[in-house]
Design a protein around this ligand. Structure first.
Ligand code: SF4
Length: 148
């Protein structure tokens, strides 16, 4: 059995989140260690620095961002929508290259969140919806599982 999953790199122990930290999941780290998963960080793949400002989707969900109906904004109100779309596309490219049909992605993130994401008010609130990369994966038939 080859690579089955793409996983959020921060869950695998890579220090790629907005604070330059990781959120290691033992299960995800084990999948990478045993060659069943490869880590991706869509925000880094889209060209954003680490650490970076806190970022949320404003005015919709990841699906809306892909459709040009919502924007992705960093805390100081500069727009990072193009980087998020690029990061989602590059992540999808990698998933297709290794033929991974499943993903385990970090909860609540504007890129990786699945089911619930931060609501765009920058106060820790949540809304229904998927992050931009999770939304693109689901559109392309990749199964997405969320992990804290
Ligand atoms: Fe990168 Fe996704 Fe983790 Fe954010 S949640 S640091 S985009 S892998």
């Amino acid at each position: 059995m080859g690579i089955e999953y793409v996983v959020s790199a921060c869950l695998a122990g890579l220090e790629c989140n907005y604070e330059g930290k990781c959120k290691t999941s033992e299960r995800v780290a084990r999948l990478v260690k045993t060659g069943k998963a490869i880590p991706i960080c869509p925000e880094q793949l889209g060209g954003l620095p680490t650490p970076r400002k806190f970022i949320e989707i404003v005015g919709g969900s990841g699906e809306d961002v892909l459709d040009g109906k919502a924007r992705v904004i960093a805390r100081d109100y500069f727009e990072v929508t193009p980087q998020f779309i690029k990061g989602a596309q590059e992540s999808l490219k990698l998933a297709k290259l290794v033929n991974a049909k499943k993903a385990i992605l970090k909860s609540r993130s504007p890129s990786c969140g699945c089911g619930k994401i931060y609501d765009g008010n920058f106060n820790g609130g949540l809304k229904e919806g998927n992050g931009v990369t999770a939304a693109l994966f689901l559109r392309e038939g990749i199964e997405v599982e969320t992990e804290n």
